[in-house]
Design a protein around this ligand. Sequence first.
Ligand SMILES: [Zn+2]
Length: 237
Amino acid sequence: MKVLCVYLLILLCMAKVTFAQDEKTSLLVITGGHGFDRLAFFEMMDALGNIEYKELAQPDANAYFLNPEGFDVILFYDMVQEISEAEKAGFEQMVKEGVGLVFLHHAIVSYQDWDFYRDVLGGRYIENGDDTQTQSTYQHDVHFDVKIADKDHPIVWGMEDFEIFDEIYGQVFISPQVNVLISSSHSESMEHLMWTREINSKTRSVYLQPGHGPGIFADPRYRKLLKNSIEWAAFRR
Ligand SMILES: [Zn+2]
């Protein structure tokens, strides 16, 4: 009997170890409101590994904030302006309770009138400039340099500076509160291309500017940045 108990205990421990190794980060991918190369994008997502994702397209995705299902991380790859007050409140509650947030590329254009979103993301692409704010710009198919600004951060740890080919944005508002991970010296590009924010003790956010694709989606360094961002936002890095 004693031997049997020890045997069962060993089996139980082995099962637990296997479970821990197999545990995937659950990810909600929000798309819609802007075209993108679906094939290349999801080929990248499938290759990230250790991530289980579900896609939800706008305009329906906003309704998710009313009844969140507990994904570890939400990846924003959408670009929309409309959202109800109740959906905003749902998102704000989710951020308060703890969730991982990764914002890609044109997600920085979303919700021009919702400052909570701007503050959580850490910046805003200004769609309509006026006396108080400069109009942001974009330019497709540009070769630009990527400089690792915070070499000790777990998302970019061990990475070297590199060249990238994608769309650039310029004149974008960046909050002084962000922790900059990557910058560029390209004269037409916004100075910082990637940053993080720790919103509270349970919510981390990351913004990554490149992401128009499809070339960038195939770049192993970009895939690494995205995978590490998702893991960091999920408190697994
Ligand atoms: Zn784009």
